[in-house]
Design a protein around this ligand. Structure first.
Ligand code: DOR
Ligand code: ZN
Length: 356
């Protein structure tokens, strides 16, 4: 595409986002609200968002942070989630559903990733009655799809999860809505494509753009480290093929996960890539490289709402093809966050975003 070309889409949504809390929330929320009309907000705070009351209180803090950032009311809607534990009561699911403000329940296998220690130790062992209510009332289960067994190679944990957890789960609860979050492998793509029933998957911009070489290019690069970790090139290609295929089961979820610079650049650095600031530019870059910019709108703006039973947004977002450098760092509370691909040049930027 020519420099200066524009691309106007129905305003997109981010179906997987970490906004954190407090001063960090106040630093990052505007980046998402500039591009997305809604986002599924991950519940892995410390302590986690385990009840409807927690979710509604957190929603209030997000709305307050938007106001403090001067973001007009109704520009950005946080879609709340609960954090599933071994003891989430079935009644809590009904309360969540009745609130109309909680749109999913997140499964973190205990120990799988950042703030997952309160997660589930044995899904079908401990959570059957809760899953039954979720299936019954149409509450989606949002799955971090990696086993935590230390004997399983880190790069194989998604593929092993499909056999050990996903298949048994879906045969026990075939009508449960499931989102396989941040898919990273060809195995995951193949599974979702052939699966029957209500299943979908989110795909991040970083997994579309980079393979695992990015982690080691010229040295160890902590800002490319996330979980599930970047995989081999053939997996990246399978993700690009899925995202750009037009198959409505695949949609956008950034998994943008801010950590202060110091928490990533240390002996044992945290997992998480900050992509919210340039999310749509990164996705446009990936779709353009695949020659499928015409499919970006379905992936970013239409497939997600259809799966969640919501209407597409009324407004539009316009991207323009102008080279821009991703900043080396952005302010994050008292610290800084290093965005993914900091210092690199990117071919797209946001021109305008508006409501209808
Ligand atoms: O890389 C990740 N960071 N993966 C996750 O699953 C969690 C996230 C975070 O919260 O930082
Ligand atoms: Zn996440």
């Amino acid at each position: 595409m020519q420099a200066g070309a524009v691309l106007t889409l129905t305003r997109p949504d981010d179906w997987h986002l970490h906004l954190r809390d407090g001063a960090v929330l106040r630093s990052v929320v505007r980046d998402s609200a500039r591009q997305f009309a809604r986002a599924i907000i991950m519940p892995n705070l410390k302590p986690p968002v385990v009840s409807t009351a927690d979710a509604l209180a957190y929603r209030g803090r997000i709305l307050a942070a938007l106001r403090e950032n001067g973001v007009p009311e109704d520009t950005f809607e946080p879609l709340m989630t609960l954090y599933l534990t071994d003891r989430t009561p079935p009644d809590e699911i009904r309360r969540a559903k009745d609130s109309g403000l909680v749109h999913g329940v997140k499964l973190y296998p205990a120990g799988a990733t950042t703030h997952s220690d309160a997660g589930v130790t044995d899904l079908l062992g401990h959570c059957r009655s809760t899953l039954a209510v979720m299936q019954d009332c149409g509450m989606p289960l949002l799955v971090h799809g990696e086993v935590t067994d230390p004997k399983v190679d880190l790069f194989d944990r998604e593929a092993v999860f499909i056999d050990r957890v996903m298949r048994p789960l879906r045969s026990a609860f075939p009508a449960l809505k499931v989102v396989f979050e941040h898919l990273t492998t060809a195995d995951g793509v193949a599974y979702v494509r052939q699966a029957d029933g209500p299943i979908a998957a989110t795909i991040t911009a970083h997994h579309l753009l980079y393979n695992r070489n990015a982690l080691f290019k010229g040295g160890l690069r902590p800002h490319w480290y996330c979980l599930p970790v970047l995989k081999r090139e053939h997996h990246r290609q399978a993700l690009v093929e899925a995202a750009t295929s037009g198959d409505a089961r695949f949609f956008l979820g950034t998994d943008s996960a801010p950590h202060p610079r110091g928490a990533k650049e240390q002996d044992c650095g945290c997992a998480g890539c900050y992509t919210a600031s340039h999310a749509m530019a990164l996705y446009a870059t990936a779709f353009e490289a695949a020659g499928r910019l015409d499919r970006l709108e379905a992936f970013a703006s239409l497939n997600g709402p259809a799966f969640y039973g919501l209407k597409p947004n009324a407004g539009t977002l316009t991207l323009e093809r102008v080279q821009e450098q991703i900043p080396l760092a952005l302010p994050l509370a008292e610290s800084q966050v290093v965005p993914l691909a900091a210092g690199e040049s990117i071919a797209w930027r946001i021109r305008a975003s508006g409501q209808a």
